[in-house]
Design a protein around this ligand. Structure first.
Ligand code: ADP
Ligand code: NI
Length: 196
């Protein structure tokens, strides 16, 4: 039995103060997305959930010393959470491979579930908010007429976010993505109108 309360508290303390879209709230939403996907997909739910919670704890965008973060995470997973060696290796492999920017091949069903769950959090209302938050943090505007590059938040919808649906591993993720994309298209249309 995984102690999820202990896991949540650990992730909360590790990601405390993160302001680049990889805070505890993101980890929790990814875990919620895992739960929804797993209603349709046969997978090891504990492996998926643990990975969803910890996936950003060893990301270079989040930690300065990645080797130390990996070693800390291994200790936490085995000694505190009680994962066996094989499960610990699997969780670390999932964390290492799911990122869009790394473009690595994901192998296990569990990695595919967590990858979809993470990508779903780049879409919908929260996807809009995270993109604007990121753009603001690098001093980019929300919208410039005609721009479809990463120079604007709306541009990023086109360079990456609208393409994510075709990269989803499962039909259930695609159908969740479809709903989330509706609000993004509406938001973009409304923004264009308001800037006319
Ligand atoms: P991953 O590591 O999974 O590739 P990122 O760290 O690139 O994810 O993205 C985290 C969040 O920041 C996402 O919501 C994403 O849409 C947003 N983001 C990333 N790059 C940009 C960008 N160039 N402009 C606006 N938002 C971005
Ligand atoms: Ni993530």
């Amino acid at each position: 039995m995984i102690n999820y309360q202990m896991l949540e508290l650990h992730v909360q303390s590790k990601l405390y103060g993160n302001n680049n879209g990889h805070g505890y709230d993101h980890a929790k939403r990814v875990a919620n997305n895992v739960r929804k996907i797993s209603e349709q997909i046969n997978c090891d739910l504990d492996i998926c959930l643990v990975s969803a919670y910890v996936h950003d704890l060893i990301d270079r965008k989040v930690v300065s010393d990645q080797a130390q973060a990996i070693s800390d995470l291994e200790i936490f997973l085995t000694e505190n959470l009680g994962l066996d060696h094989e499960s610990c290796v699997h969780v670390l492999e999932i964390c290492n491979t799911i990122s869009y920017s790394k473009g690595l091949e994901v192998n296990s069903i569990e990695a595919k579930v967590v990858q979809d769950a993470d990508r779903l959090d780049a879409l919908g209302a929260i996807g809009i908010a995270r993109t604007i938050e990121y753009s603001a943090s690098v001093n980019r505007p929300i919208y410039v007429e005609g721009d479809r590059t990463d120079d604007t938040a709306i541009g990023h919808f086109h360079t990456k976010l609208y393409k994510l649906i075709d990269l989803m591993n499962f039909d259930i993720s695609k159908s969740i993505a479809e709903n989330k994309m509706e609000i993004m298209y509406m938001f973009e249309q409304q923004l264009i109108e308001e800037n006319k």
